[in-house]
Design a binder for this molecule. Structure first.
Ligand code: FAD
Ligand code: UDP
Length: 403
């Protein structure tokens, strides 16, 4: 008899498995229909011995000390600041758009003050920012919107930015300084030995049994359990009763090249000419040294594994109906990006899972993240990661001088 059946061994399922097993001494069965743990964050060494992310680049960043400290019990870290170039008008320029982007693109030599004026001149004011088009056009104007955002978004989502919530393109800021980091969170680091190793440690408990290649529907009638944690797509759980909730999919094309370096940045975005959206070179992310290099192309798809909930009003309405149904299910907790239909990053999913655990045990999230009754935490001796000083970039180097 299990206390919990957990469906899905990604961040949501694995954090809850760890907490229930080690924080509450519950017996847990976690299953995943894929042949591995880690969900979309799964990484592995390919045939050439290069560590790659099977489902596209996963970069860990968070402002939550609690989430960072929680995960630090299961991994050491490699400090890593992510940088992205966009291929626009035949040039590679920094994205998020910053002072250097404008100067390079237009052959100018503006200062931070002047570029602010530049943005003010080209921006098209908008009374109420509702859509992903509004966000960008009201900040950097239509020309830059068309160069960097319009086609990328149409390709990525199969929708025009005007059909998507503002939250989608709001993920990418605009800067008037020369900061070319993709994220500015306090904690930015990669698990030193990869995500899968971290998941192995999360799930390393005598209270946790793991079943891979296993859709929960194949076993739910044959095993006994008290409650379920469900982290798959919410519409699938209910046999699409109200119709399909749209999720966007991707096809990943992995390649290995017999050269030490393939491109000049960890990720290059291709907003316009190509069918793919971006190319990632993994060695930048992992810090691995190797005489070959592995990359991945991302091709957006309408059909296939569900990767992205699509934030727009009609989908939110449909999700509300499924949410109401989910709320009536006693003994089933819906957690994670697919089950709560939220475009969440990994750290947000960890926070969500810790909150759900806190609710289950009647504790505040902060305390709930720490209790240990069944097993001492994995001992990690020397933390490789130094908490960055304010305004530092975490690599011990200071940011480029702002003009
Ligand atoms: P998932 O990881 O999707 O796990 C759900 C699991 O449930 C899956 O393994 C699935 O196989 C399993 N499952 C589903 N149905 C069943 C069933 N019927 N029976 C058994 N098992 C089932 N976040 C970041 O913070 N930084 C990034 O750089 C980043 N990059 C990303 C890049 C891409 C291309 C994608 C798609 C996402 C990215 N994310 C990133 C988001 C990140 O992947 C998610 O936040 C996180 O993995 C969600 O965890 P989860 O457990 O909710 O879902
Ligand atoms: N985006 C864009 N051009 C870019 C980068 C991002 O249009 O060069 C838009 C696009 O709609 C994308 C969204 O901003 O889906 C969020 O970008 P992010 O890099 O956060 O996407 P993710 O890593 O989640 O795929």
């Amino acid at each position: 008899m299990f206390d919990y059946l957990i469906v899905g061994a990604g961040f949501a399922g694995s954090v809850l498995a760890e907490r229930l097993a080690n924080g509450s001494n519950k017996r847990v069965l976690i299953c995943d229909k894929r042949p591995h743990i880690g969900g979309n964050a799964y990484d592995h060494y390919n045939d050439d011995g290069i560590l790659v992310h099977k489902y596209g680049p996963h970069i860990f960043h968070t402002n939550s000390r609690e989430v960072f400290e929680y995960l630090s019990r299961f991994t050491e870290w490699r400090s890593y600041q992510h940088r992205v170039l966009a291929h626009v008008d035949g040039q590679h320029v920094p994205i998020p758009i910053n002072l250097d982007t404008i100067n390079q693109l237009y052959g100018l030599n503006l200062t931070a003050f002047e570029v602010e004026e530049f943005f003010k001149k080209v921006a098209e004011p908008c009374e109420k920012i509702r859509t992903s088009e509004d966000v960008v056009v009201s900040t950097v104007g239509r020309e830059l919107y068309e160069k960097f955002f319009r086609n990328y978004t149409r390709k990525q989502w199969g929708l025009d930015p005007s059909e998507l919530d503002a939250s989608v393109t709001s993920r990418v800021p605009t800067r008037t300084n020369r900061d070319d980091r993709y994220f500015t969170d306090t904690y930015q680091a990669m698990p030193l030995h990869g995500y899968t190793r971290m998941f192995e440690r999360l799930l390393d408990s005598p209270n946790i049994k793991i079943m891979l290649n296993c859709d929960y529907r194949e076993i739910e009638r044959d095993i006994q359990f008290r409650e379920m944690i469900y982290t798959g797509p919410v519409d699938a759980y209910f046999d699409y009763r109200y119709g399909k909730l749209p999720y966007r999919s991707l096809e990943f094309k992995h390649e290995t090249h017999s050269t030490a370096q393939f491109q000049s940045a960890p990720v290059v975005n291709y907003p316009n000419e190509q069918a793919y959206t971006r190319v990632t070179e993994f060695k930048y992310l992992t810090g691995q040294e190797h005489n070959k290099t592995s990359i991945v192309y991302e091709y957006p798809q309408a059909e296939g594994d569900p990767y992205y909930p699509i934030p727009r009003p009609e989908n939110a309405d449909l999700y509300t109906k499924y949410k109401a149904l989910a709320d009536t299910q006693t003994g089933v907790h819906f957690v994670g990006r697919l089950a709560t239909y939220k475009y969440y990053n990994m750290d947000q999913i960890v926070a969500q899972a810790l909150t759900v655990y806190g609710k289950i045990v009647g504790m505040k999230r902060k305390e709930a993240a720490k209790t240990i009754v069944a097993k001492t935490e994995t001992k990690i001796s020397v933390p490789a990661y130094q908490i960055p000083k304010p305004n530092g970039n975490g690599n011990g180097k200071s940011l480029p001088t702002l003009s």
